[in-house]
Design a protein around this ligand. Structure first.
Ligand SMILES: [Zn+2]
Length: 105
């Protein structure tokens, strides 16, 4: 009596099957490298907004990871700002007086 449901992808958070296809951007840490994957086919829950991937996408990302994300496969590179909590914690202002020395040829 079961009607074969094509939408086997239920939200892992709220178990809603009200999901839509979307392409998202995701970032992964691979060892010490941060890699970004664009145009990841994802499912977005219309109820709670959770993003998740179907098995094919998980498999695809897994294969990229196993290949070690070869730099030659990258479509482009991003420069990302890096922040540190430890730097903010020690917020002592170092009074560095910059001496402008004139250079004479
Ligand atoms: Zn949900």
């Amino acid at each position: 009596m079961d009607t074969a449901q094509q939408l086997s992808a239920a939200c892992p958070v709220c178990e809603s099957t009200d999901t839509r296809q979307a392409h998202v951007r995701s970032a992964f840490w691979h060892n010490d490298r941060l890699v970004v994957i664009e145009d990841v086919p994802a499912l977005v829950c219309n109820t709670c907004g959770e993003q998740f991937y179907d098995d094919a996408t998980v498999y695809m990302i897994d294969r990229m990871r196993q290949n070690g994300f070869p730099p030659d496969d990258a479509v482009r590179e991003l420069r990302v700002p890096v922040f540190s909590c430890s730097k903010v914690a020690s917020s002592g202002k170092t009074a560095s007086s910059e001496m402008s020395s004139e250079m004479s040829m």
